[in-house]
Design a protein around this ligand. Sequence first.
Ligand SMILES: Nc1nc2c(c(=O)[nH]1)N[C@H]1C(S)=C(S)[C@@H](COP(=O)(O)OP(=O)(O)OC[C@H]3O[C@@H](n4cnc5c(=O)[nH]c(N)nc54)[C@H](O)[C@@H]3O)O[C@H]1N2
Ligand SMILES: Nc1nc2c(c(=O)[nH]1)N[C@H]1C(S)=C(S)[C@@H](COP(=O)(O)OP(=O)(O)OC[C@H]3O[C@@H](n4cnc5c(=O)[nH]c(N)nc54)[C@H](O)[C@@H]3O)O[C@H]1N2
Ligand SMILES: [Mo]
Length: 751
Amino acid sequence: MTRKIAPYPGAAGGWDALASSFRHVREQGIVGRGARTLLRANQPDGFDCPGCAWPDRNPQSSFEFCENGVKAVAAEATRRRATREFFATHTVSELSRWDDYSLEAEGRLVEPMAYDPADDKYHPIRWDEAFSRIAVALKTLDHPDQALFYTSGRTSNEAAFLYQLFVREFGTNNLPDCSNLCHEASGLAMTEQIGVGKGTVTLADFEKAEAIFVFGQNPGTNHPRMLGELRSAARRGCRIVVFNPLRERGLERFADPKHPLELAGGSTPIASHYYPLRIGGDLAAVKGMLKRLLERDALDHEFVARHTQGFDALREDLLAEDWSLLEAESGLSRAQMEEAADVYAGSGATIVCWAMGITQHRHAVATIQMLVNLLLAGGNFGKPGAGACPVRGHSNVQGDRTMGIDEKPSPEFLDRLGEAFGFAPPRQPGHDVVGAIGAMARGECRVLFAMGGNFAAATPDTAFTARALRQCEMTVHVSTKLNRSHLVHGRQALILPCLGRTELDAQAAGPQAVTVEDSMSMVHLSRGTNPPASEHLLSEPAIVARLAEATLPASRTPWRWLVEDYDRIRDRIAEVIDGFEDFNARVRTPGGFRLPNAAARCQWNVPGERARFVVHPVPRTAAPGAGLMTLMTIRSHDQYNTTVYGLDDRYRGVSGERRVCFISAADLARLGLAAGQWVDIVSVWHDGEREATRFLLVEHAIPPGCLAAYYPETNGLVPLDHHAERARTPASKSIPVRLRPTRDLGAALSP
Ligand SMILES: Nc1nc2c(c(=O)[nH]1)N[C@H]1C(S)=C(S)[C@@H](COP(=O)(O)OP(=O)(O)OC[C@H]3O[C@@H](n4cnc5c(=O)[nH]c(N)nc54)[C@H](O)[C@@H]3O)O[C@H]1N2
Ligand SMILES: Nc1nc2c(c(=O)[nH]1)N[C@H]1C(S)=C(S)[C@@H](COP(=O)(O)OP(=O)(O)OC[C@H]3O[C@@H](n4cnc5c(=O)[nH]c(N)nc54)[C@H](O)[C@@H]3O)O[C@H]1N2
Ligand SMILES: [Mo]
């Protein structure tokens, strides 16, 4: 692959998106007539795209092409296999030196594997033997709290429900999950203010909004189907207001491959207003907007009086706020903040969207609460076209939480679970991801079981986390592909290969469907249709059931019986979890059903029964320290979290290289550096420095003092205790760093 850096001239989408998806499909060895069926995501009676949590339009009425959806499905449907012969020829030490792209490229895992320290290799193991080894490891712990059970966000509702049940029957609430790394701050912030931790809008609201604000999100790469909604909105005159340090092409203009004129080179402008603010400057920017609304008296007084509490304190705080501080911290001018506020004031119905550019900061909770303040001040709840839209990442990360994958479950939930299954659930809160790493490092947790994901690569402080993982008695990963977490392992290590979302899941009662919940609380069926990658794969629910039988012989739960027919699992979910009454019938209606959302109806389940305005001071982050800059770690266009599909980031003009660091022209000049030069990135923290070596400087339109590089290569720079206040989401979008020219240039120049 040749390295090339050149600005991308086109709109997002268009012909290049089609061409890229064809290329990725071909690279996975999927050719010929079968390709269409293998790749048919989001079809009625088909599988839910494992790409992202953005909801589907009614698939009967339209076809939505999504380049990154195709890549995600093709990656699962790949013809490549990581066989026992592969594992026999490579030691783990050798594989540890491979990059993430090469590990992924080995293809699907086909049978359970166990690590043998004698030859430093993974060897095939029978499923029964694997389960009994795990059961022994779990049962010999002094206390169930010494085990950790991680979940990534692809796990279905059915698997998640059984999994958390097993974990709680085993005796712990140690259920860290990828939400802890993702939208944890959104849930916490919103629950305190409006009584629900989920978005309040549906796709229908996107049709009626007069303004859509997009904070800290790159949908052109991470939620491509959202661009279709933004495109339609823009075309009917809806204002689209973007706050992002980077000029993300998908938010500037989009060419929908479905429309012939746009495929032929035309495109639709998306953002009507684009504010390239400083990294971490959102809270200040939104305060500036609120201050302007107050000064113009452009608030929804009736809504504020009827539905809210705490406004007076916010007003006092805003009036006392100093414009020069707001300008310095947001990196925007007063005129820009006022302009954005005027767009907001001129809109009769506004949606505010946000993602990782907001949640992965120290002051994430405060920033989200300021966004909700903004919505409340304009009366943007409880009416069509308005509301809060935290855009979730993994395709079922929201559903997993709903099912009880939660290290801090509510007492009511535990009561109902215990009653339905006849046991006494543990009451002690468990570890989140950051807590789990600390607990492993201290030797307090000794077994890590992971339902999907890539714990070693997705988490912060890579070197520290690796030492923590290596201290475990046992690490177990339920996975579809080989990844870093299989190589950074405990004394014993197992890989349990499972069916993917796209694959036929045959159980005793016949082929099964699972359910998922999207970012807008729609619950619907997903039925895999592709032939499984190997005959030895088990479904995630089956893995949980067999693990439970091996570990908890006295359990009263009929594990195997439940898994014979997933309708039985759904009946038990309906018994325990609100909103799932008559689950099996309702989920079979086309498109599924929407879970109730009290805040969307202006019912405020908070003390005082009115939505709460919350006051927060402007965080001082503009100067992270003498000589320091702020680094955000973001996704390239060719990756799915830690899964690297390719080395291109098309819209940002990068091909053939992932070790790049985006920097402004002003900073290059100030630091005496040049684009094309190799640098090391050094993060500076109270406990010392961390470094990531050999990044190619790429000049980019980014505010001075701000840098961007890809995750997971930069996770080693994120200190474990550098996380959101209260929510503990690693602050991987605001790492204080400095740059240093790479010394060993020889190593830098050979790829
Ligand atoms: N193809 C693909 N799809 C995905 C994923 C994937 O990796 N690949 N991952 C999935 C998951 S789990 C998630 S959570 C989502 C992630 O979706 P995003 O949140 O869009 O992902 P990031 O790449 O982390 O992008 C963060 C965006 O926030 C901006 N940003 C960073 N810091 C700030 C800030 O301080 N303020 C503002 N206003 N903006 C900021 C960055 O410039 C970037 O545009 O996508 C999901 N979908
Ligand atoms: N620096 C930095 N770090 C970050 C982020 C960031 O923006 N910057 N983002 C954070 C976010 S938002 C998230 S959500 C996390 C993601 O963290 P994780 O969810 O832990 O990581 P993924 O990369 O999504 O997991 C990929 C692996 O999942 C397995 N897999 C894929 N499909 C399935 C399936 O159907 N079942 C099972 N059992 N396994 C499957 C495959 O083996 C694959 O290797 O990373 C976080 N880490
Ligand atoms: Mo995420």
